[in-house]
Design a protein around this ligand. Structure first.
Ligand SMILES: Cc1cc2nc3c(=O)[nH]c(=O)nc-3n(C[C@H](O)[C@H](O)[C@H](O)COP(=O)(O)O)c2cc1C
Length: 347
């Protein structure tokens, strides 16, 4: 799949998740089979660009390209400025967020609330494309299926985006009103794909290789995004890649492999966030990795009391060593759906 001049290695994308898909996590997913990642959302408000949080988000040191940065905001000129600012700091693709239902973003009409205001959304798309085109930087758009059940206007917006010169559209098959409740539906994504000639990416509830294959077949999307299912299980990307290529399930990683990936991730994580911030924010990643493993919950409670990076890493390594004495491979907790027919995709 091509995005501007960039040839993507496959069609398995990491869904952008604020507070999760930082550079260490993105690089981990890339190493484990994801073909494309998008940075966490950067606000278009100039006053916040010098904050530690935003400057960390705009730091792409050592990351394999193309570097895609997501921006969010409501003012077309500010959004164009934010695009230029991020291009100057290494962004090679600019992604506009019209998909986030978070209050912080929606109160000011940004994120998925923009979907209700197609005129403003159109002006933002035009302004950002005009800022990026002279620099040869493709613009992409991430959105939801619509504002609410009776207003699934993703296709109309996607058409606006295509006319504005947007290079790719990603659709999460839930409405803004749904937040993360209920199930994602894929009819809207299929309609967007059928109505557009630019690549379309499907997002929402893809949590197993079989589901990935079924959703791609149903929507005919060019690529898929995996978000929550990659939390603590970044190797899902290589599992999906293997399944799509061969039709067979890849064996679960060995305990030693998982321990070495998680250890490397923690090293990168501590290096980005420092001692105090690092030990705290690493807890969620460790918790996700262990939550479905035997004894993981009990360990999590103990691990949350550790306030030192080296001690946290040692505790995790020791925990995996003990797990390795009982299991060669990570024990599978939830059995994945056996075949595509069992997966309900249409509303
Ligand atoms: C913690 C979290 C943060 C998210 N942050 C963003 C974001 O900053 N920008 C965005 O476009 N989508 C964001 N999303 C939405 C995801 O990209 C994705 O579309 C959604 O989670 C559905 O996919 P999943 O079921 O694979 O998680 C976020 C989702 C989660 C769970």
């Amino acid at each position: 799949m091509k995005l501007g001049t960039f040839e993507l290695p496959n069609r398995l994308f990491v869904a952008p998740m604020a507070g999760v898909t930082d550079r260490p996590f993105r690089m981990l997913c890339r190493r484990l089979g994801a073909g494309y990642t998008v940075s966490e959302m950067v606000t278009s408000q100039r006053a916040l660009w010098s904050s530690l949080k935003t400057s960390r988000r705009a730091d792409h040191a050592g990351e394999p390209g193309p570097i895609a940065v997501q921006i969010a905001g409501v003012d077309p000129a500010e959004m164009a400025d934010a695009a230029r600012y991020n291009i100057d700091r290494g962004a090679q693709i600019i992604d506009i967020n019209m998909g986030c239902p978070a209050k912080k973003v929606c109160n000011t009409w940004a994120g998925s609330a923009l979907m209700s205001n197609e005129a403003l959304a159109g002006r933002i798309l035009d302004a950002v494309v005009a800022a990026c085109a002279p620099r040869g930087v493709p613009v992409t758009l991430k959105m939801r299926s619509g504002r609410c059940d009776g207003e699934r206007n993703a296709l109309a917006l996607a058409r606006l985006a295509e006319q504005a010169g947007v290079a790719m559209v990603a659709v999460h098959g839930r409405t803004r009103e749904q937040g993360f409740k209920g199930l994602a539906e894929y009819d809207t994504v299929a309609a967007v794909k059928a109505g557009l000639s630019i690549p379309v990416v499907v997002s929402g509830d893809i949590d197993s290789p079989a589901k990935a294959r079924a959703v791609l077949a149903f929507t005919r999307a060019d690529a898929l995004m995996i978000g929550r299912a990659a939390q603590g299980r970044p190797w899902i990307f290589r599992e999906v890649a293997h399944f799509l290529a061969t039709g067979r399930e890849l064996a679960a990683p060995t305990v030693a492999e998982a321990a070495s990936w998680i250890g490397a991730h923690l090293h990168d994580h501590y290096a980005l966030y420092g001692e105090l911030g690092g030990v705290r924010s690493a807890r969620k990643h460790i918790g996700w990795a262990l939550r479905e493993l035997p004894g993981g919950e009990a360990f999590r409670a103990r691990m949350n009391l550790i306030d030192d990076c080296a001690a946290q890493l040692t505790a995790v390594n020791e925990w995996f060593e003990r797990l390795g004495q009982a299991h060669d491979r990570l024990p599978r907790i939830a059995a994945p759906a056996a075949n595509d027919e069992q997966i309900e995709l249409s509303a």
